[in-house]
Design a protein around this ligand. Structure first.
Ligand SMILES: Cc1cc2nc3c(=O)[nH]c(=O)nc-3n(C[C@H](O)[C@H](O)[C@H](O)COP(=O)(O)OP(=O)(O)OC[C@H]3O[C@@H](n4cnc5c(N)ncnc54)[C@H](O)[C@@H]3O)c2cc1C
Length: 387
């Protein structure tokens, strides 16, 4: 059986950041992603707006991988970062904002992320699903089962990272999770002759988000197989309804080009963890912070991220990253988006690497050492560190 220092489950933005961080530290890392494109919702899910890494006073509040991944998202696409942040004249982020953010081509970003992972030395397994998790008698996660093609394979690791977006790995291992209400706003790619959408990928293509009335779009939770099927069915129904209102002439020039390859759920499940980031905690100092997240809605300045929100309550040998860490209520709105997923991914990647190096459980690594290593990568740890 192959053994790794760090096994990252889920290759969305959080998983990519985690794998890059651990691999660049010289660790033997595997990243397992069930789609054949890395990037998760940002690529397969057609979510093409990298929300800001600046606060609402135009101050940069995240460096490290959130900034690197933001800069890289333009490589194969029409957008550039605004001059204010990039220094490049005529920068057009496509995002109608002075904040440090950018739109991108989902397919283009997939190309870039795959290249970044390969260059980091990560063993990338695409089109591969994590199907089982095995713990020892002390609830320490030791081994997982992968399924690809017609083959099953077990691998082991010193430390695992659940970056699956819905805490699927930790759920399989036995950790408690909490779901949330979801609402549906299908985003899909279409030709643009008909639409008034703000962001165009090229002269002819854009991504169209359509709001759905609450009575059709809201679902209390989406955890069971039936609930998931129903959510997906609703999205198909709404997209068809959108085209059905057009005349035959309009439909000649405005038609769908690409549907999302994964369900566009905002919040699936968060883990039960050593700490919880709660609504109303914007601006709060956390001694064990591993990074700062911007409030993309501009209603508050910034949020510190307690390391404990990444550390499962009962399962050992594992961490969570991305939208399944333990942030609840309004805090989940802040921590579920792309830049925050990159930030918690980087923190989890470095923490897992340190745990593997020191033969410690991730909950026991010295926080001051973790913060020092993250700072070396350009991560801003506390709000007061912002220049
Ligand atoms: C409609 C909508 C609009 C949004 N708008 C924005 C926006 O404008 N800007 C923004 O920044 N954010 C936006 N978001 C949020 C953002 O896109 C995501 O929350 C963020 O990308 C999450 O990243 P992640 O890595 O945590 O999870 P995900 O992107 O969900 O990645 C998890 C990955 O794990 C994989 N996976 C799951 N289970 C397994 C398994 N068993 N084995 C192997 N792989 C597995 C999945 O295939 C997926 O690729 C939006 C979300 C939605 C739904």
């Amino acid at each position: 059986m192959k053994h790794f220092d760090v096994a990252v489950c889920g290759g969305g933005i959080a998983g990519v950041a985690a794998a890059l961080a651990a691999s660049r530290r010289g660790k033997k890392v595997i990243l397992v992603e069930k789609q054949c494109v890395p990037g998760g919702l940002a690529t397969s899910g057609l979510i093409y707006v990298y929300l800001p890494i600046s606060d609402n006073r135009d101050v940069k509040i995240a460096g490290g991988l959130p900034e690197e991944l933001l800069k890289q998202c333009q490589e194969y696409g029409p957008f550039t970062i605004e001059e204010k942040w990039s220094g490049i004249p005529d920068g057009d982020s496509g995002a109608h904002s002075n904040r440090y953010c950018c739109c991108f081509s989902p397919a283009g970003y997939g190309l870039t992320l795959e290249k970044m992972l390969r260059e980091s030395g990560t063993e990338v397994r695409l089109e591969t699903t994590v199907t089982q998790a095995y713990c020892n008698g002390k609830k320490r996660l030791k081994e997982i089962e992968l399924f690809c093609g017609a083959e099953r394979e077990n691998i082991s690791a010193e430390c695992f990272i659940d970056a699956t977006g819905g805490a699927f790995l930790l759920r399989m291992a036995g950790e408690k999770v909490f779901p949330e209400t979801n609402y549906s706003t299908p985003w899909f790619m279409e030709t643009n002759k008909h639409s008034r959408s703000a962001y165009h990928l090229t002269g002819d293509l854009h991504i169209q988000p359509i709001p759905v009335p609450a009575k059709d779009g809201q679902m209390a939770q989406v955890l069971s197989a039936d609930e998931l099927q129903e959510f997906i069915r609703r999205q198909y129904r709404e997209i068809r309804r959108y085209y059905d209102t057009m005349s035959a002439k309009e439909r000649k020039v405005c038609y769908p080009v690409h549907l999302p390859g994964m369900p566009q759920l905002r919040k699936i499940a968060r883990i039960s963890a050593m700490a919880e980031i709660k609504a109303g905690e914007a601006g709060k100092f956390c001694a064990d912070s591993v990074g700062v997240a911007a409030d993309w809605r501009q209603t508050a300045t910034a949020w510190e991220t307690p390391y404990g929100a990444l550390v499962p309550q009962t399962i050992r040998g594992a961490l969570a990253a991305g939208r399944c860490i333990n942030s609840s209520g309004d805090a989940w709105e802040v921590f579920r988006v792309i830049p925050a997923a990159a930030m918690t991914g980087e923190a989890a990647g470095i923490a897992a690497a340190m745990a593997a190096e020191q033969k410690l459980d991730p909950q026991d690594i010295p926080i001051a050492d973790l913060q020092r290593e993250l700072r070396k990568n350009g991560v801003i740890i506390h709000i007061n560190d912002v220049e």
